[in-house]
Every structure is written in structure tokens, then in C-alpha cells.
Write a protein that binds this ligand. Structure first.
Ligand code: CAA
Ligand code: NAD
Length: 388
């Protein structure tokens, strides 16, 4: 039987409230911590609204109030973590803030308590150094909206013990979600890392005036994506997107430097859905994207090629298998198919040729084709991994 019974979730925002919600639904006792009462109240209200929606559809095993009674909102970090068997941190994507928080957690949590970060990008190994329990430290990366997205990446830092990896994999399963183990700690892990160059492409399209956000979103939605990519950026949070790019700039390279207009949006509190305005106006709910605006100036295959390219690079680096890549993108981003399911029907040298053009047009090294694509060896790579 698992030794995890009590959970502390740090942060009651977009992710924290969702992680607290699904943990309580699975029967865990949860303390949810934020730094102001108003943030806790907002988080508890989001949980209640979401549970009521689930309840109305008959998707809950217990009454809403019973589930809610297992979540205690708290302001004190010590109070939140002192009895916890597992702490899941979901505070803003700012390295120093996370380090400071984990230092405090290490002081107040029981010696055998596992500490996990829901970071979108950051080195689990580096974060774990804030503590004296690097063996009991890992990444636990949920996807937004937590209640609906099935993937959770379980990330091993250099010093995470196998026992802790196994406990966390079982914990994820107990929530009814699908764990994917990430054995190599690289910026962005699997799903986000594959999507990383796409955000650079998107911002490039906007900056160069190739198409407007709505023209891009209309095109991608008409191709079957559940949200347009600019709409998704708003849904994730423009501040989070900005911090993600800053971290990639520092750890992967200068192509990821966030453009000034994105920094300006953060300064003006245009944070997307959570502040009511971002690329779109969210004050009356989800934006209505006019599909008739789908633009022929946007080639959806360019997005696919850029993702396939990054996916190939991850496999070359030994971070993931082609099978894991497809699972991560399908379950983490709700895609109808994974990048390799698409790539196997395409000619790798043609993908490589288009990537060279994109790299030249946008002036980005990250779009340059991976070795396997350039050499036309994708089929060989599939063979090596038994990917059929
Ligand atoms: N709680 C309960 N139910 C919810 C809900 C919530 N929080 N949010 C939505 N729903 C329900 C809606 O009520 C609706 O129910 P009905 O079908 O009964 O009407 C259903 O879910 C579908 O919602 P919508 O009709 O509003 O919209 P949709 O069909 O587009 O689905 C979505 C919503 C599942 C979010 C879908 O748009 C989607 O998959 N979007 C992409 C999400 C994605 O890519 N997430 C990954 C982001 S990146 C990330 O998370 C990693 C990171 O580190 C940044
Ligand atoms: P958010 O801005 O919605 O929420 C963050 C919350 O943390 C805020 O309520 C804030 O008041 C609170 N907070 C700040 N300092 C705190 C502290 N010291 N202790 C407790 N709470 C504190 O952000 P989010 O979208 O929930 O992101 C949280 C983390 O999850 C980030 O690392 C982000 O990269 C990651 N993540 C985000 C998404 C997404 O789609 N938004 C998806 C997966 C992972």
C-alpha cells in the first residue's frame, strides 16, 4: 500500500487548484497553500465550480461537499507541509522563488516526505539542490486543465531514487491519470520541449506580420486542434509563457529570447484568461474564434514539421522513445495524433528541406533539421525503437 495519504499543494492558481481537486477526488487529504486569502478563495471557488460541472455529468463517485471537505486552504507554509507525505509545488515559474520555497519546505516537512515540482521547464536536479533530500525530490508535471488532461510526466532528477519514482508513478495512476517517466532531466521535459520551438514560430509569425493571431487560430482550429495556439497561450498564461521562454533562453539558447511585446503584455497585466485579457478578451468567457478568418498564409504543416524536428532531437538525445513522444503530445495537449504518427507518412528529407527554409526566413537556428531527418534516417530510427 502506498505511503502517500496527505498532500500539500503549494499555489492555488490554475494548476494548484486543479492538482488539489484531482487529489481530493482520489481520496487524499489535501492542504492547499497560497500567499493571500483572496487567492485561496479564488482557488476554492474554481474547485467548487469544476466539481459541480463534473457532478452534473455524473462523473463523481461522491457528493461535491464530501470531496471539498478533504481540501483545507491554508496561508502558512509550515502548516501546509508539516504532516504531508507529498508536497506538490505549483507556484510561478520563477527559479529563485521555487528554490526559496523548497528550502522552507525542507525545513518544515517530515524527513520522509517527498517534494515534487510541477515546473513546466526547470531542471529538477537544480531545484532539488535547495533541499537536503535530493533522493526524495522529483518532477510531477501536470497539464492544464488538470481535471481533463490525462498526462502527468514523472521526472527523475540526477539524484531521485528509484523508490520515489515508483511511488510517484503509482500516485499518478491513483488519480486516474497516465504517467510517463522522464529519465533525463532536460529543459521542458518531453511534451513542453517538443512544443517549445512552435511558440517561437508563432511569435515570429506575429512579429513578421505573416498572419494575425485570429487568422492562425482559425486555421489551426479548422484543422482539428481543440484550441488555437494563441488561444492556448492565453489559457496557459502569458506570464507563464514569458517565464518559460526566459528559462529556455538561458538553458537552450538565444533563439528563445522572449520578444519585447510579450514582456509588455506581462507588464500591462495582459496575462490571458486569468486576468481577462491577453491575445483575446476573456472577460465574457472563452473567445469566439471566427473560423472564416482561417488564413492560407498559415501553413499548418510548418507547425507539425517544427514539432517533429524537436521530437527527433529528443529521441536522438536519449530523453524519450518515439512511443513516449506520441503519448505525451496526445495526452498532454489533447492532440488527435502524435508527431511521429504523422512523420511516418511523410518524407524526412522533404521535412528537412522545409525546416531549412523556416530557419532562414525566421533567422532561428532551432528550426534547423535534426541529423536523422537531414540524413533521411527516420525509418532506421523507428526500427531501432520497434516503432511500427
Ligand atoms: N472542470 C470541469 N469541466 C470542465 C472544465 C473544468 N475546469 N473545463 C472544461 N470543462 C468541460 C466543459 O464544461 C465541457 O463540458 P461539456 O462537453 O459537457 O459541455 C467540456 O469540458 C469541454 O469544454 P469546452 O466545450 O469548453 O471546450 P473544449 O471542447 O475545447 O474542451 C479543453 C476544453 C479540454 C480544455 C480543450 O480545449 C483542450 O484540450 N485544449 C488544449 C489544452 C492543452 O493543450 N493543454 C496543455 C497546455 S500546456 C500545459 O499544460 C503544460 C505547461 O507546462 C504549460
Ligand atoms: P498561476 O499564476 O495561475 O498560480 C500561481 C499561484 O501561486 C498564485 O495564486 C500565486 O499567488 C501563488 N504563489 C506565489 N508564491 C507562492 C508561494 N510562495 N507559496 C504558495 N503560493 C504561491 O500559475 P500556474 O499556471 O498555476 O503555474 C504554476 C506552476 O505550474 C508554474 O511552475 C507553471 O510553469 C506550471 N505549469 C503551468 C501550466 C499552465 O498551463 N498554466 C501547466 C503545467 C505546469
Amino acid at each position: 500500500m502506498s505511503r502517500i495519504k496527505k498532500i500539500a499543494v503549494l499555489g492555488a492558481g490554475l494548476m494548484g487548484h486543479g492538482i488539489a481537486e484531482v487529489s481530493a477526488m482520489a481520496g487524499y487529504e489535501v492542504k492547499m497553500r497560497d500567499i493571500k486569502q483572496e487567492f485561496l478563495d479564488k482557488g476554492m471557488n474554481m474547485i467548487k465550480d469544476s466539481l459541480q460541472k463534473m457532478g452534473a455529468k455524473g462523473k463523481l463517485k461522491e457528493p461535491v461537499d464530501k470531496i471539498l471537505s478533504r481540501i483545507t486552504p491554508v496561508l502558512s507554509l509550515e502548516e501546509a507541509v508539516k504532516d504531508a507525505d507529498l508536497v506538490i509545488e505549483a507556484i510561478p515559474e520563477i527559479f529563485d522563488l521555487k528554490v526559496q520555497t523548497f528550502k522552507e519546505c525542507d525545513k518544515y516537512a517530515k524527513p520522509d516526505c517527498i517534494l515534487a515540482s510541477n515546473t513546466s521547464t526547470m531542471s529538477i536536479t537544480e531545484l532539488s539542490k535547495a533541499t537536503n533530500r535530493q533522493d526524495k525530490f522529483a518532477g510531477l508535471h501536470f497539464f492544464n486543465p488538470v481535471i481533463l488532461m490525462r498526462l502527468v510526466e514523472v521526472i527523475r532528477g540526477q539524484n531521485t531514487s528509484e523508490e520515489v519514482m515508483k511511488i510517484l508513478v503509482e500516485f499518478v495512476k491513483s488519480l486516474g491519470k497516465v504517467p510517463v517517466r522522464v529519465e533525463k532531466d532536460v529543459p521542458g521535459f518531453i511534451a513542453n520541449r517538443i512544443a517549445a520551438p512552435t511558440s517561437v514560430l508563432l511569435l515570429g509569425i506575429y512579429e513578421k506580420g505573416v498572419a494575425t493571431p485570429e487568422e492562425v487560430d482559425a486555421k489551426m482550429k479548422s484543422m482539428g486542434q481543440p484550441m488555437g495556439p494563441f488561444e492556448l497561450m492565453d489559457y496557459v498564461g502569458i506570464d507563464t509563457q514569458y517565464h518559460i521562454l526566459k528559462y529556455y533562453e538561458k538553458t537552450i539558447g538565444p533563439d528563445y529570447k522572449p520578444p519585447e511585446f510579450l514582456e509588455k503584455m506581462v507588464k500591462e497585466n495582459k496575462l490571458g484568461a486569468k486576468s481577462g485579457k491577453g491575445w483575446y478578451d476573456w472577460s465574457a468567457g472563452r473567445p469566439q474564434i471566427d473560423l472564416s478568418k482561417a488564413s492560407e498564409k498559415v501553413n499548418p504543416m510548418d507547425f507539425m514539421f517544427v514539432e517533429i524536428n524537436e521530437a527527433v532531437k529528443l529521441v536522438e538525445m536519449g530523453v524519450a522513445t518515439p512511443q513516449d513522444v506520441d503519448t505525451a503530445l496526445k495526452l498532454g495537449y489533447n492532440r488527435p495524433f502524435g508527431p511521429f504518427e504523422l512523420a511516418r507518412n511523410l518524407k524526412d528529407v522533404e521535412i528537412a528541406a522545409r525546416l531549412e527554409e523556416l530557419s532562414k526566413f525566421y533567422g532561428k537556428e532551432i528550426f534547423k533539421p535534426a541529423k536523422t531527418l537531414k540524413e533521411g534516417k527516420l525509418a532506421k530510427m523507428f526500427e531501432k525503437f520497434g516503432y511500427t
